[in-house]
Design a protein around this ligand. Structure first.
Ligand code: CTP
Length: 391
């Protein structure tokens, strides 16, 4: 979606400035043309040469070079399709919100009449400052796009909210803004991802090889297509959409059921354990003199089966190591879901842990659509397009 797009990046003076090198690479890899403006303070954190080399373009710092003055802010505005300001410091956010134009970056922001995406980054106390929040609110209300900061270790040595969003999220937000095919706008989709963990004792568990990559690709793609996404995953995803972290099949079942009201679709991409330990030990188990160990397992609820046929579009996955299509046909009939996405987990070049997949989608009438080997992102988009074509 970013092919041939002109992306103007504005870097302000925050330590996260170095991460923008990765962002430039992501944009360039997807075929975008990138130009960079820095505030004078940003130059303390990254060099012009690095950015020039990565963007393959001239890098701009100030418009008050009197010997060689050109109204750069106007030509940069004309050329760019989007202005991504990352990291956006409290200072720059406040200046833009109040129409202050005291360097090339803020002057360009003032003259820019196309989408502007801001990725704030600052110390937690600054982030919580009322004036900063008011300024951000003002910008949001005037149509600025904001990728909220995350929580984590900050350069000032403290831990809290204010850390710039991951560059992948800034990238995803950019894609979302460009996404013309907002076919899922107004739709609510719940997606599960990852392999459940069934505890044996406080330190040991039974799980499986699922990486959760397909579920994440689906959630990212649904979000980029305009859906309101709820991701229920067995790991924390740090995404711009709602993410509930669960561990066991029972916890996942609870999260799905509690959040299913008003959903248009549930996609069960998680590898849910079929069995759990009947009585997990409360304390760490000791091996003692035992030469063998028997653990009794009991069946887990089948989440997909329970939610199918209840008015919400139910999509399941089917991981098989043999007789893929036959098993998938049997599974969709047994579970009663609307669609079943079948993939062959015995192949090393697709599926578990791989970034690629190849799938067959079955509908209730047992019609089969084949999506050839492709990235999980592309497969995710095709699955969503297929599932929603009739809605
Ligand atoms: N699933 C579920 N709850 C379970 C087991 C599986 O909701 N307790 C869902 C999975 O998320 C997936 C689909 O059912 O969408 C099929 O999962 P899969 O592991 O392929 O099949 P199983 O139903 O577990 O059957 P089997 O292991 O016998 O192949």
């Amino acid at each position: 979606m970013l092919e041939n797009k002109n992306i103007l990046i504005g870097i302000t003076g925050g330590i996260a400035a170095y991460k923008i090198c990765t962002l430039i690479r992501l944009y360039k890899k997807s075929g975008a043309n990138v130009r960079v403006i820095l505030t004078p303070n940003a130059l303390n954190f990254v060099t012009k040469l690095t950015l020039q080399t990565l963007s393959n373009n001239e890098v701009y710092v100030d418009n008050f070079d009197v010997d060689n003055f050109k109204p750069e802010h106007i030509s940069l505005c004309d050329e760019a399709d989007i202005f991504v300001i990352a990291p956006a410091t409290a200072n720059t956010i406040s200046k833009i919100a109040n129409g202050i134009c005291d360097n090339l970056l803020t002057t360009t922001a003032c003259a820019f009449n196309k989408p502007i995406l801001l990725a704030p980054a600052m110390n937690t106390n600054m982030w919580n400052n009322n004036f900063i929040q008011e300024n951000l609110e003002k910008l949001k209300n005037t149509g600025y796009h904001i990728v909220n900061p995350g929580t984590g270790f900050l350069a000032c040595g403290t831990t809290g909210e204010g850390r710039m969003a991951e560059v992948e999220d800034i990238y995803d937000s950019t894609v979302k803004i460009f996404s013309r095919k907002q076919i899922l706008k107004g739709k609510k989709i719940l997606i599960t991802a990852g392999g459940t963990k069934e505890m044996i004792d406080p330190v040991r568990y039974i799980s499986n090889c699922s990486s959760g990559k397909m579920g994440i690709a689906l959630a990212d793609c649904a979000y980029n297509m305009g859906a309101e996404v709820t991701l229920v995953s067995t790991f924390k995803a740090n995404k711009p959409y709602k993410n509930l972290v669960t561990e066991s099949a029972i916890e996942m079942e609870k999260a799905v059921k509690e959040n299913i009201v008003n959903q248009d679709c549930v996609i069960m991409a998680a590898a849910v354990a079929d069995y759990r330990v009947k009585e997990p030990a409360k304390e760490k188990m000791k091996k003692g003199e035992k030469d063998s160990l028997t653990i009794e397992l009991v069946k887990n609820p089948d989440i997909l089966q329970e939610i199918s046929g209840k008015g919400v579009l139910a999509v399941g996955f089917c991981a098989e190591s043999e007789n893929l299509i036959e098993n998938a046909k049997e599974k969709i009939q047994k579970k009663g879901c609307d669609y079943l996405v079948a993939n062959d987990i015995s192949r090393k070049d697709i599926g578990f842990s791989s970034d690629m997949n190849e799938v067959y989608i079955l509908d209730k009438k047992l019609n089969i659509t084949h999506f050839e080997r492709d990235t999980k992102q592309n497969i995710a988009q095709r699955i969503l397009e297929k599932v929603f074509e009739q809605v």
